[in-house]
Design a protein around this ligand. Sequence first.
Ligand SMILES: [Mg+2]
Length: 120
Amino acid sequence: MNQQQTLNDLRDIVHNANSKWWVDPITREPKIRNVGELLMLVTSELAEALEGDRKGLMDTHLPNRPMLEVELADAIIRILDMAGGMKLDIGGAFADKMAYNSQRADHKLENRAKEGGKKY
Ligand SMILES: [Mg+2]
């Protein structure tokens, strides 16, 4: 199985597991999700990851795991759920971007070492 199919399969699994967030809890009618809201939910998970790492915290829900690890998983879940809900080919985009990035001149170490090169 290629990475494109694997990620799209994960997208579908995650979105199916989170389908309750895509309906109105009272009417049970499908709910239109706002792109900005969905992106900020991803951002909030990343902020939680930063805070966990900054303070060296273990996760409160999964106390056997570092908060950094769990919140990164939450961010991935949010992204895959969003991609599923919006019917995005996240697997295809991922494979294409990985291939593109592997050839980028501005990512090569010799170019990063030059004046004005990307430091991170
Ligand atoms: Mg979280």
